[in-house]
Design a protein. Structure first.
Length: 284
């Protein structure tokens, strides 16, 4: 039923409406589709007998662990800015600080027509792709439940399932993305996918990865033509390759640190995610 409604919505056309306005951008963004995915994931996980943990109270009454989570969330936000600005940094100082925010303007996006798609596409990805990551994690954790490498396998598997669909961006005319840039994006998204999966398992919460994901896309889509000259520290194809390798190492290292440092807490959350909930249903 949900798929039927979604398919029907894509057939709708908006007439006598500003083609660059909010309604047309909303219609093209697929935000409702992303929300439908979130709803589907909620009911699917519940129907399987597992708990849907959008905001598990993992750190309730644990001030030190809560502060650690806030610090980790802050570092992830900083990494999103670092990744964006380091791609067109002209000096080494601009890699880590002294960022030129004038180079970001959603109204002058080099990829999208105006500001509305910048925000709507980003929110769509944050909601839909993170909801898909959640259900992939649950499935993989259940599949690998008897394996010693259950958690590591689920993290890597969900990251691969997250990265590979980005190959389709090479064929999206509106994004104007080259095959090489798409290959770099697949590598980058794999690294982020590892971190996002671990963050969900560590925090027991889905919303942090949604926020980080949406923010990163907003920053990326807000890049103006001034950032595309390729003369920065990581300019050219070789520079871009070096940049994406650095990005991959940062995200994977961050994920590995969380896995090792918080193994006990992550195992507790995994047990909650994969624990079959008791029901009142009886089989006669």
């Amino acid at each position: 039923m949900i798929n039927f409604v979604i398919m029907f919505c894509y057939l709708l056309t908006l007439k006598n409406v500003n083609p660059d306005g909010f309604l047309v951008s909303l219609n093209k963004s697929g935000l409702f589709y992303a929300l439908a995915i979130l709803v589907y994931v909620y009911f699917a996980v519940k129907s399987w007998g597992y708990e849907f943990c959008f905001n598990l109270p993992t750190f309730k009454g644990k001030k030190l662990q809560l502060l650690s989570f806030i610090l980790i969330f802050g570092i992830a936000i900083w990494l999103s800015f670092f990744q964006t600005f380091s791609r067109f940094a002209q000096r080494w100082q601009e890699l880590f600080w002294n960022w030129d925010f004038s180079l970001l303007d959603p109204t002058e996006s080099v990829r999208l027509k105006n500001a509305w798609p910048v925000f709507l596409y980003s929110i769509e990805a944050g909601i839909g792709e993170e909801a898909a990551r959640y259900i992939n994690l649950v499935l993989l954790l259940v599949i690998f439940k008897s394996k010693k490498w259950q958690i590591n396998g689920a993290v890597l598997g969900s990251a691969i399932l997250f990265a590979l669909p980005h190959i389709g961006n090479a064929f999206a005319s509106e994004l104007k993305q080259t095959p090489l840039a798409t290959a770099f994006q697949v590598i980058d998204t794999f690294g982020f996918g590892c971190f996002a999966a671990v963050l969900i398992l560590y925090s027991g919460k889905l919303w942090p990865t949604m926020v980080i994901h949406a923010l990163y896309d907003i920053l990326t889509f807000s890049e103006t033509p001034l950032t595309q000259d390729g003369v920065g520290i990581f300019g050219g194809n070789i520079g871009s390759l070096i940049h994406v390798i650095i990005s991959l190492v940062l995200w994977v290292s961050f994920a590995a640190f969380l896995l090792i440092k918080n193994r006990k807490l992550i195992k507790q959350n995994v047990q909650i995610l994969t624990r079959v909930q008791k029901t009142d249903l009886t089989i006669s």
